[in-house]
Design a protein around this ligand. Structure first.
Ligand code: NAD
Length: 464
C-alpha cells in the first residue's frame, strides 16, 4: 500500500478514483456537453494548431491531417452523441420460467479510472478517439501519449487542460518511464495502442491488478492479389494505402502476395500510380510525409540494406536521406525469406512483393506468420475471396480496397491475438470502457423460494 503512495502519479490517480462515481453518474446531457467541448476544441479552436503540430512532427500533409486525424475524431464524437442515449439505456432480457416473479436487464456501467496510452503515427486520432469512448461511457481517464511526436503531445496536453479538470481527464507527457510508473497503479481499464511487444508489457502490468485491457496492436498486414484481380485499380489503392503517412499506419498493407505471372504487370501499374500521386521526385512532393525519428529512419534503412545484401531487387525508389528522415516510396522484390523485411512489421514506405504459384501457397504463407491486424484481398472471384477469408484469421478485412474499414464507425476495429485484444470505435469503444452489469429484480414471490431449505423429498423431485 505504501509503495503505491510513493508513485509520482498516485495523487492524480487518487483524485480520479475519488471522483469516479460522480463522473460515472453523469447523465446523457452531461456527457454530451463534454464531447461538445472536445469537438469545439478540435474542430474550431485548435484546428490550425493541430495541423501545424502534425506538420512539425511528421511533415504530415494538410489533407492527411484533416482526413485521418480531425475528421476521424469529429466523426467518432458525432457518432457517439447520436447513439449514446440508446447505449446508456438499460437493456431488458428474457427471464426464464424457473425465475418467475423477477425481471432481468443489463446496463453498461463505467469501468472507472482508465489509462489510455497512445502511439505517435496518428497522435491526435489515436489519443482522442479512445478518450471519446471513455467519456461517453462515463469514466475518468489519464492519458499518456507518445514522446516521439512532442509538438502534438504538447498541444494535446493544452487542449485537455483547457477542457477538463484533472480529476476527470488528465494528460501526462513524457517518455517510457511515465508509462512504467502509471502501469503500476491499479487502473480499472487500460486502453493501449502500440506495438505487440509493448502490448505484452502492458498486459503483464495489468495482470497484477486484474485490470481489463484493450490492446490495439500492429503486425504484418498481407495484401493478396489473385489472377482475377484488376491490377490497375488494385495498384491505385495499394499505393495510396501503403504510402499515406509514409507507410506509418497500423493497417497499411505490409506486403503484397501476388501470383508470379502477374508480378511485372502489377509493378508497371504501381510505378504509374506512384508518379501520379507523388511525381517523379517524391522528395519534393508536398503530399509525402517523413519518418518520425532518426531511430525509425535507421530501422527502415537497415531493412532495405539487409534485403539488398541478400540479393533482393529494388524495383522502385530505395533512396534515403538521414538529415531529413526521408525515404523514397520503395518497392522491393525477389526477397530472401530470411530478410528482416519479411519478418518485422515494416511501418514505413517499403513494399515487399512476394510471389506465389497457387492460392493455397499464399494462404499457407499468411498463416505461417502472426495473425495480422488487417488482411486485404483483391479479386473478382467470390470463391477465391471466400477461400482466403475462411482459411485465415485477421482483425479486419477489405475486399478490393485497403485501410477504409478503419473509417466505418459501425464496424468493430481491432486485432486478434498478436495484433490485439478487444475492439474499439463507435459502440465497440463504448463497450470496451464499460462493464456490462447484470441485474435481476425480484418483483413478487419467487418460485425458487419453494426450494429453500429444509430440503425434503418433494423439493428434491421439484429440483430435477
Ligand atoms: P510503441 O509500442 O513503441 O509505443 C506506444 C506507446 O507506448 C507510447 O506512448 C510509448 O511511450 C509507450 N511505451 C513504449 N515502450 C514502453 C514500455 N516499455 N512500457 C510502457 N510503455 C511504453 O508503439 P509506437 O512506435 O508508438 O507505434 C507503432 C506501433 O503501434 C506499430 O506496431 C503499429 O502497428 C501500432 N499501432 C496500432 C494501431 C491500432 O489501432 N491497432 C494504431 C497505430 C499504431
Amino acid at each position: 500500500m505504501n509503495d503505491i503512495k510513493e508513485n509520482p502519479y498516485y495523487q492524480l490517480f487518487s483524485k480520479q478514483k475519488d471522483n469516479q462515481f460522480k463522473v460515472g453518474k453523469s447523465t446523457y446531457n452531461q456527457r454530451v456537453k463534454k464531447l461538445n467541448a472536445l469537438q469545439r476544441a478540435i474542430e474550431f479552436t485548435y484546428r490550425k494548431q493541430i495541423i501545424e503540430a502534425l506538420h512539425k512532427d511528421l511533415n504530415k500533409p494538410k489533407v492527411e491531417a484533416e482526413l485521418t486525424e480531425i475528421y476521424q475524431i469529429i466523426g467518432e464524437i458525432k457518432y457517439a452523441k447520436k447513439h449514446l442515449r440508446q447505449w446508456m439505456r438499460k437493456q431488458s432480457v428474457e427471464t426464464p420460467l424457473s425465475m418467475l416473479g423477477s425481471g432481468s436487464y443489463y446496463v453498461y456501467e463505467p469501468k472507472g479510472v482508465c489509462l489510455i496510452i497512445s502511439p505517435w503515427n496518428f497522435p491526435f486520432n489515436l489519443t482522442f478517439g479512445p478518450l471519446v469512448s471513455a467519456i461517453a461511457a462515463g469514466n475518468t481517464a489519464i492519458i499518456k501519449p507518445s514522446e516521439m511526436t512532442p509538438n502534438s503531445s504538447g498541444l494535446m496536453a493544452k487542449i485537455v487542460a483547457d477542457i477538463f479538470p484533472e480529476d476527470e481527464v488528465a494528460l501526462l507527457e513524457g517518455k517510457v518511464e511515465v508509462s512504467t510508473q502509471l502501469l503500476k497503479l491499479p487502473f480499472n481499464h487500460i486502453f493501449f495502442t502500440g506495438s505487440p511487444n509493448v502490448g505484452k508489457i502492458v498486459m503483464t502490468a495489468a495482470a497484477k491488478h486484474l485490470a481489463s485491457v484493450t490492446l490495439e496492436l500492429g503486425g504484418k498486414s498481407p495484401t493478396v492479389l489473385d489472377k482475377t484481380a484488376n491490377l490497375d485499380t488494385a495498384a491505385k489503392k495499394i499505393i495510396w494505402g501503403k504510402y499515406m503517412n509514409a507507410g506509418q499506419i497500423c493497417v497499411s498493407p505490409d506486403y503484397v502476395l501476388i501470383d508470379e505471372s502477374l508480378k511485372e504487370k502489377f509493378l508497371k501499374y504501381c510505378k504509374k500510380w506512384l508518379i501520379h500521386y507523388y511525381t517523379e521526385q517524391p522528395q519534393n512532393s508536398e503530399s509525402y510525409a517523413r519518418i518520425v525519428t532518426d531511430k525509425h529512419f535507421e530501422r527502415l534503412n537497415s531493412h532495405i540494406e539487409n534485403a539488398k545484401t541478400l540479393g533482393a531487387t529494388v524495383e522502385v525508389g530505395g533512396k534515403t536521406e538521414a538529415d531529413t528522415k526521408y525515404i523514397d516510396p520503395t518497392i522491393i522484390s525477389n526477397i530472401k525469406e530470411e530478410a528482416t523485411l519479411l519478418h518485422e512489421e515494416i511501418f514505413g514506405p517499403i513494399l515487399p512483393i512476394v510471389t506465389y504459384n497457387t492460392l493455397d501457397e499464399a494462404i499457407s504463407y499468411i498463416n505461417s506468420k502472426e495473425r495480422p491486424l488487417a488482411l486485404y484481398v483483391y479479386s473478382k472471384s467470390k470463391t477465391n475471396i471466400k477461400k482466403v477469408i475462411q482459411n485465415t484469421r485477421a482483425g479486419g478485412t477489405c475486399i478490393n480496397n485497403n485501410i477504409i474499414h478503419y473509417a466505418n464507425h459501425n464496424l468493430p476495429f481491432g486485432g486478434t491475438n498478436n495484433s490485439g485484444i478487444g475492439k474499439s470505435h463507435g459502440f465497440y469503444g463504448f463497450e470496451a470502457f464499460s462493464n456490462k452489469r447484470a441485474v435481476v429484480k425480484q418483483h413478487t414471490f419467487g418460485i425458487t423460494e419453494l426450494l429453500f431449505p429444509p430440503y425434503t423429498n418433494l423439493k428434491e423431485k421439484l429440483a430435477r
